[in-house]
Write a protein that binds this ligand. Structure first.
Ligand code: PEP
Ligand code: MG
Length: 580
């Protein structure tokens, strides 16, 4: 038995057999050709590329039939575009004539060189583009060499997939009913696979470095997506413990299900809004199934990672409209693009900076990239007639940014009017409070905007001065740091004084242990990943406001975040006795 730790990318526990999804090693031969063979070699490449395109078109058709999101289908389109790139194809022809070796080898060398250049960037999103390129290269080479490929679309049995990384096209076609867990050498919380795993509630642990060398097909393993651990060939005792954990979790989940349809109202009648956070439109199903009252945060940057969507007002308009229609007049808060920091868009090379978390991020990027920003705002305003839209702006640090946004919105409205395009004039406009400066100036900003949403993930990062993705200083990442609790209280007070709602949409909003503290601090609107909703509703329905306020009064006297955490944990365990 061996336990390997990685990054928890999607929660849940499963005990089962591994399917080692190895990238099959293609043995690419190298041999000399004669000049007269150049044309026939080149034709072989064109035929292989054509077959790869047909394969991708077929996957697209299947994806549509399986109701896969337009977002992912667009990804396949980008693959088709990549292999049709004329400059690349003619580069291969030149190399063929110069080197006089077989086309398989020339193609393999050229694409490897390209991948190498992208890989040295050491950038998360660039890595995803490398995945795209590898996917295409594999297809074309398999066609050239006439080898068969294994796909994740038609697995025979339920299994846990172990792989170095999953290609985007694997994730699209994978049989989500058969795949009960995903363990990867590579990846982080924002990789395509992590997002898809969370959307489909498949437990996933990533960043395991060499898990594909430690397991083989048929091995028994336990994947613990809650703890970010994988237990290889567990002994009887451990399996028994985990079976108990699964049973307990199932009982808890079943019990919590009864809260899905219940109102989020405290014992003494205070109504709390409980909404969902989503990254991709495919999560809408889960939003509906978990009893969300609306969408409190749609992180549009995940959609806009695809340049075809980023560059197209029409595509954005279609997607935003569809989300609004599907939510049937329930409020939908769409956050404008929040790139920069750790979220880099591959087609914006210029965003690479020395100190990205303090750099050209979120609204700072949008205000200096007006051509794009206006495109997104036009798409949003046009979509506004299809439902109950709210627009939110990330990374605000001063009031001037708010003024500038409003001026751009006026220009956008003017442009839409001049083209006789329909839109709602009064779409509520709000900002994220995630930079301490904005919280400290919240009383002024509150007079200008329609709502606030506290991004605790970044607010903790910027208040305590710790990179939220750096595991070396993760121990300093304190949700209950007295400074953070005071900033949340200040935000809630500023909102109340100005008569505007204040929500929490960072991870803290979905942590049932923190719910009572947030209520006591004056927060009445929480947004979280859909699966957390039932547990949070249970807490809300079992406390009353005077009790929450009293608990917070005690907490605010304490000087240490760790001490507060222990105090809250104790209260929670005594109150809920393991039922959440
Ligand atoms: C946050 O910072 O808390 C937040 C919700 O935004 P993101 O996690 O996307 O930065
Ligand atoms: Mg944030």
């Amino acid at each position: 038995m061996k336990t390997v730790s990685g990054i928890s990318a999607s929660p849940g526990i499963y005990i089962g057999k591994v399917f080692l999804y190895k990238e099959e090693r293609l043995n690419v031969p190298k041999y000399k050709i004669e000049e007269k063979e150049i044309e026939s070699e080149f034709s072989r490449l064109l035929a292989a590329v054509e077959s790869a395109k047909i394969e991708l078109e077929t996957i697209k058709e299947t994806a549509r039939m399986m109701n896969i999101s337009e977002n992912e289908i667009a990804m396949l389109d980008s693959h088709i575009l990549m292999i049709s790139d004329e400059a690349f194809i003619s580069q291969i022809k030149d190399l063929l004539s110069k080197q006089l070796v077989n086309v398989d080898w020339v193609f393999y060398e050229a694409i490897s060189e390209h991948i190498k250049t992208l890989t040295v960037s050491q950038d998360m999103y660039m890595e995803e583009r490398v995945s795209d390129l590898r996917d295409i290269a594999k297809r074309v080479l398999s066609n050239l060499l006439d080898t068969e490929r294994v796909t994740l679309a038609d697995l025979e049995n339920e299994c846990i997939i172990a792989a170095h990384d999953l290609l985007p096209s694997d994730a699209v076609v994978m049989d989500k009913k058969k795949i009960k867990g995903i363990i990867l050498n590579a990846g982080g919380k924002t990789s395509h696979t992590a997002i898809i795993a969370r959307a489909f509630e498949i437990p996933a642990v990533v960043g395991l470095f060499n898990i594909t060398r430690r397991v083989k097909t048929g091995d028994n393993i336990i994947i613990d997506g809650n703890a970010g651990a994988v237990i290889i060939n567990p002994d009887e005792e451990t399996t028994k413990i985990y079976l108990e954990k699964i049973k307990r979790q199932e009982e808890i989940d079943l019990h919590l299900q009864s809260y899905i349809k219940k109102e989020a109202v405290t014992n003494d009648g205070k109504k709390i809004i409980v909404a969902a956070n989503i990254e991709i439109p495919q999560e809408l199903e889960s939003v509906k199934n978990h009893g969300a009252s609306g969408i409190g945060l749609f992180r549009s940057e995940f959609l806009l990672l695809q340049s075809q969507i980023y560059n197209s007002e029409e595509r954005q308009f279609e997607i935003y409209s569809k989300i609004l229609q599907e939510m049937e007049e329930k409020p939908v808060t769409i956050r404008t693009l929040d790139i920069g920091g750790d979220k880099i868009i591959p087609y914006h090379e210029d965003i690479r900076e020395k100190n990205p978390l303090l750099g050209w991020r979120g609204i700072r990027f949008c205000l200096t990239s007006r051509y794009f920003f206006k495109k997104q705002l036009r798409a949003l305003y046009r979509a506004s007639v299809h439902g109950n839209l709210k627009i939110m702006f990330p990374m605000i640090s001063c009031i001037e940014e708010v003024d500038e946004i409003f001026q751009i919105i006026e220009e956008v409205k003017h442009e839409l009017k001049s083209k006789a395009q329909e839109f709602k004039d009064k779409v509520p406009l709000g900002i994220m409070l995630e930079v301490p400066a904005a919280v400290l100036a919240a009383e002024f900003i509150a007079k200008k905007v329609d709502f606030f949403s506290i991004g605790t993930n970044d607010l903790i990062q910027y208040t305590i001065a710790i990179d939220r993705g750096n595991e070396k200083i993760a121990y300093l990442y304190q949700m209950y740091h007295p400074a953070l609790l005071r900033l949340i209280k200040m935000s809630a007070d500023a909102g109340r004084n100005a008569g505007i709602p204040v929500s929490i949409c960072g991870e803290m909003g979905g942590d049932p242990r923190a719910t009572v503290v947030l209520l006591g601090l004056g927060i009445e609107y929480l947004s979280m990943s859909p699966a957390s909703i039932p547990a949070v509703k249970k807490v809300i329905r079992n406390v009353d406001m005077p009790e929450a306020k009293q608990l917070v009064d005690t907490v605010l006297q304490k000087s240490s975040g760790k001490e507060i955490e222990a105090f809250v944990e104790k209260w929670f365990n005594e109150r809920f006795k393991g039922s959440i």
